[in-house]
Design a protein around this ligand. Structure first.
Ligand code: GLU
Length: 261
């Protein structure tokens, strides 16, 4: 199975911005094991800006663009160094690919990306993708890695996209405001009501990034790819998700007419 796994900064780092060693180590172990079992994995990883902030010892995430892009340049090295070290322990080779939105719209660059990625997978390498934050500007950037991971999944015709996040999945209402809110296990198709569940700007779910995950789901639906949201605290659930074992994990899985949340 060809699988894209997207991991967010909240899974890779503590609230302090420093690396969450236990979780990152577990993630690399499970991904290595899935590769050993014969799956083709592509990792879309955030964390460049967060790690740059940590490495520079800044008190908070910078708001000005040059410092943010400088932090990304520093953090991307740290991120890949961390992955390289951890995956090497399991005899896996990693490769870095940095993309922006225009790499999907410019036909020749898009084709080059697909060719390189296919070759890396043939070579048994683990491609690790992030947005090229050091050069991305408002006009050309994808903007968030949920969308980027869905664009990658669609582009390489992956069967499954797993988004590892700090939430269990989509709730029927804002769980911070509504104690009756329940986790939606599955969604069939991509009905408009699903977007309503994510809440507007300012709601816990909206600010928690559910909207970008639903946008990613939409791209997956249109391209016949399943999608699951799972809590990155429990990376071993990847075994069940990839094995297609229903229940016991929360995420959403979607194909033309299958969409589990
Ligand atoms: N590309 C950003 C980073 O590496 C993260 C963007 C996102 O998480 O959506 O810090």
């Amino acid at each position: 199975m060809r699988i894209v796994i997207k991991v967010g900064t909240s899974t890779l780092a503590h609230a302090t911005g420093r690396l969450n060693i236990r979780r990152t180590t577990e993630l690399c172990q499970v991904i290595s094991d899935l590769k050993n079992a014969g799956h083709e994995i592509i990792l879309v990883s955030s964390g460049a800006i967060g790690m740059g902030v940590g490495k520079l010892g800044l008190k908070e995430k910078p708001t000005d663009i040059p410092t943010k892009q400088a932090a990304a340049a520093i953090g991307q090295c740290e991120l890949m160094y961390t992955y390289d070290r951890l995956f090497t322990q399991y005899n896996h080779t990693v490769a870095q690919i940095l993309l922006t939105g225009s790499d999907f719209s410019a036909e020749d660059r898009h084709e080059n990306f697909n060719n390189t990625l296919s070759r890396l997978l043939q070579l048994g390498v683990l491609p690790i993708i992030n947005e090229n934050d050091t050069i991305a500007t408002e006009e050309i950037k994808v903007g968030d890695n949920d969308t980027l991971s869905a664009l990658v999944a669609a582009s390489v015709k992956a069967q499954l996209l797993v988004i590892l996040s700090d939430v269990d999945g989509l709730y029927s209402a804002d769980p911070h405001k509504n104690t009756d809110a329940t986790l939606v296990e599955r969604v069939h198709g991509m009905p408009e009501e699903v977007f309503a569940m994510a809440g507007g700007k300012g709601s816990a779910l909206g600010t928690g990034g559910m909207r970008t995950k639903l946008n990613a789901a939409k791209i997956c639906v249109e391209n016949g790819c399943d999608m699951v949201i799972a809590n990155g605290e429990k990376t071993e659930r990847l075994y069940d998700i990839v094995g297609g074992v229903g229940g016991g994990y929360h995420g959403f899985l979607q194909s033309l007419d299958r969409f589990w949340i």
